[in-house]
Design a protein around this ligand. Sequence first.
Ligand code: AMP
Length: 307
Amino acid sequence: MSILIVGTVAFDAIETPFGKTDKIIGGAATYICLSSSFFTKNLNLVSVVGEDFPNSAIEMLKNHNVCIKGLQIKKGEKTFFWSGRYHNDMNTRDTLDTQLNVLESFNPVVPEEYKECNFLMLGNLMPLVQKKVLDQMKKRPKLIVLDTMNFWMDNFLEDLLDSLKEVDVLTINDEEARQLSGEYSLVKAAKVILEMGPKYLIIKKGEHGALLFNDKEVFFAPALPLEDVFDPTGAGDSFAGGFIGYLEKTDDISFENMKRAVIHGSAMASFCVEKFGTKKLEELTDEDVEKRLQEFVDLVQFDISLV
Ligand code: AMP
């Protein structure tokens, strides 16, 4: 049992109403790995960075049980860079800059020992790269989860639609669900998107929680009401990491267990936003995670007698 994670490992520069960072460590795969590491020790990363990426960040990933054999380090090249500014509501943001750098020519190579991983997390990245990873697997993983964003819908829609035919779970935010489906109602959007291939769809709604759909059922998980949201960057990826990490740990991909996985994802996302970048996930303990899960249980539990 193990998870293969592909996605960006990056430098980010973030502006929120609470402050501003210079280049800090970010990237979809970085958040996914850190978040999953609280549920499983079998994490394998496929990604790429430039020569400018600090060794200390690679060590940090290794310390979280991430195998980095599939992380390419490109001599003389620069790491993917993303910069974003959040609006006052912290639910919306503008991308200020995306510099693909090493991603432009990235050809993912899946190490032999990763090719039989039974959980595959195709984190936010060029759809063609996600597909190339999928195609190198020796057997179809038990569960394939794909995360993407509007940037790839705007620029590589055909490639994305192609990959969607092969995945089990798609995770996107509400704006992206509307863009992909052309429907405003999220229920209608889910119907349209499930026709595109995925068996399950997760729509993330920031501070308004997350919805899990299949063709018959729907489940809703709230976000934990937090006093301060410091930096939402990586919340979606932390969600994905908690979601797939829990499914791998429990080895149960039923809809019922996916509901629990959504709660685990929501708990991890709630930590991520409490500090800038990956800081909070880096310092978290297993006890913190347990406590937060209990807070979720308390938040949604109620008795009601139906007559
Ligand atoms: P999230 O807030 O969950 O959407 O994830 C933010 C992370 O995604 C940041 O750390 C960025 O480095 C990374 N990111 C931003 N834009 C892209 C992109 N176009 N493709 C892949 N990763 C990206």
